[in-house]
Design a protein around this ligand. Structure first.
Ligand code: GLU
Length: 483
């Protein structure tokens, strides 16, 4: 493999989206796999779409995920600058060269004129409207006149006629476009700022990028970019276009889709483990050999193989997300999960009376079933609510014969307990069973319902310990009164 240099080139138009994060991760894994270098380049030429803090946010959450690059705006490198708006003089030089060599021309059409032409084409039923080539062959005197008038201009590519642009895509295999389907497109806007398609080629060339890995939505940009490579006599890199990510209804993930959390920041805020999310995202469109699905970042660096990137859409399976995350949470130390969960508990409940030990025991109770930190809020609700309302099934269970007597004995026994720990509570439940000749489900289920308000839940004696003596007794008494 030639010297591998790859880049992730986000536009700072918002937060780090799942799809972009996946691109960045594959670029990173590709670099690692082939001992190459990774570049982070900020593509900010579409100034109207840039958002403040967009770049910082991208960097912050790429770091959080564990994606590491060798060169970029935050760390420099010998191919900089790494923000496109800091490279305008470079693009200008190449745009001038393109004009001089006849591959591009100045277009003086006003935006009104362009709109009118577009509407005319639409009225004729043209779907993919394109520039009509009005300024393609201006005479010297026309050019001189427009220049003298101080008219603003864009620089357009003179799209060659009758050419085929084809490449062997790393993911999608053979792709071809006919030049006839591409209108003369804008290389440089009338404010002097290049378009993405132009700047991207100049940068990929000067930054010696060997492989361009990006989302499938850029496939139609590639023939445009190939024209520039050809005009400037640059070698084109190898392209790989990753398939889209779809939701469970097979619809492309869109930012408005509420069935899936779209931004990495949201996962970080909810207390997901970055290494688990990395694992999940890495499998969105990449399938390793064999059945195993749990891999560390280091393992992915070893096994990553661009030829195993799927050309079919990758489905974002929420259940798998939770399953993978649960595997990581289970394997993590309790201390780590407490740290992940505590801020969420604090945000939702009053912990001022609770010791650190209590919180630790609480998290321990749910540790194995959790997938992310914020999940603790719902799971632990029963310890914080004042009251609970029983549903019909629960009420019916309690209405069975013998339940009331058993609960009455239980309260008495629990009140007598001096040390209110899980072990002691377990013994008390057993004793109550013996005293009232109840056992099995008839003993444990009413105890669970009366203390936690639910028929399923965490390990009961421990849950009762955490509930505390006063609250437990109060709850059982209240349940008895209502029987
Ligand atoms: N700035 C482009 C984007 O965010 C990058 C496309 C490319 O990788 O060439 O989609």
């Amino acid at each position: 493999m030639k010297n591998v240099r790859v880049r992730y080139a986000p536009s700072p138009t918002g937060h780090l989206h799942i799809g972009n994060a996946r691109t960045a991760m594959y670029v990173y894994l590709f670099a690692k796999k082939y001992q190459g270098e990774m570049v982070l380049r900020i593509e900010n030429t579409d100034t109207a779409r840039n958002v403040e803090g967009g770049e910082d946010s991208q960097i912050k959450y790429l770091n959080w995920l564990g994606v590491e690059w060798n060169e970029g705006p935050d760390r420099g490198g010998k191919y900089g600058p790494y923000r496109q708006l800091d490279r305008l003089d470079i693009y200008e030089k190449y745009a001038t060269e393109m004009i001089e060599k006849g591959f591009a021309y100045k277009c003086y059409c006003t935006s009104d004129a362009l709109t009118i032409e577009k509407e005319r084409q639409q009225a004729e039923g043209v779907v993919a409207t394109s520039y009509n080539g009005r300024c393609r062959n201006l005479t010297q005197s026309e050019k001189a006149q427009f220049a003298a008038e101080g008219r603003s201009f864009t620089i357009r590519m003179r799209v060659p006629e009758g050419k085929t642009y084809a490449w062997n895509d790393l993911v999608k295999k053979e792709i071809r476009f006919e030049s006839a389907d591409v209108g003369d497109w804008v290389l440089v806007k009338n404010n002097g700022i290049p378009t993405y398609n132009f700047a991207c080629v100049i940068d990929d060339h000067l930054m010696e990028i060997s492989h361009v890995l990006r989302g499938e939505e850029h496939i139609s940009n590639t023939p445009k970019q190939l024209m520039v490579y050809e005009a400037l006599d640059f070698n084109a890199p190898t392209f790989g276009h990753m398939s889209i990510i779809v939701n469970e209804n097979r619809k492309k993930l869109s930012k408005r889709d509420e069935s899936v959390l779209q931004f990495i920041e949201q996962y970080a805020d909810l207390g997901y483990l970055p290494e688990a999310l990395f694992n999940f995202i890495a499998l969105l469109g990449f399938s390793p050999e064999g059945e195993e699905e749990i891999f560390s970042k280091e393992q992915f660096c070893e096994i990553f193989d661009a030829s195993r990137l799927s050309s079919a859409p990758a489905m974002f399976d929420v259940q798998k997300l939770e399953w993978i995350n649960n595997r990581y949470v289970k394997a993590a130390s309790l201390e780590k999960i407490v740290k992940l969960s505590r801020p969420h508990l604090e945000k939702n409940y009053d912990l001022s009376e609770k010791s650190a030990e209590w919180v630790e025991k609480l998290v321990a109770l749910f540790h194995n079933q959790m997938s992310y930190g914020a999940e603790i809020v719902k799971l632990a609700e029963l310890f914080f609510v004042e009251d609970f309302i029983l549903n019909r099934e629960e009420k019916e269970f309690l209405a069975q014969e013998g339940v009331k007597t058993m609960l009455e004995a239980l309260v008495v026994n629990l009140m007598a307990l001096v040390v209110f720990t899980g072990e002691e509570i377990k013994e008390v439940i057993k004793l109550t069973g013996k005293q009232t000749s109840t056992k099995g489900k008839l003993l444990f289920m009413p105890t669970r319902i009366a203390t936690t308000g639910m028929m399923h839940g965490p390990e009961l004696p421990l849950a009762i310990e955490l509930l505390g003596k006063a609250k437990t007794i109060q709850r059982i008494k209240l349940t008895i009164e209502n029987l």
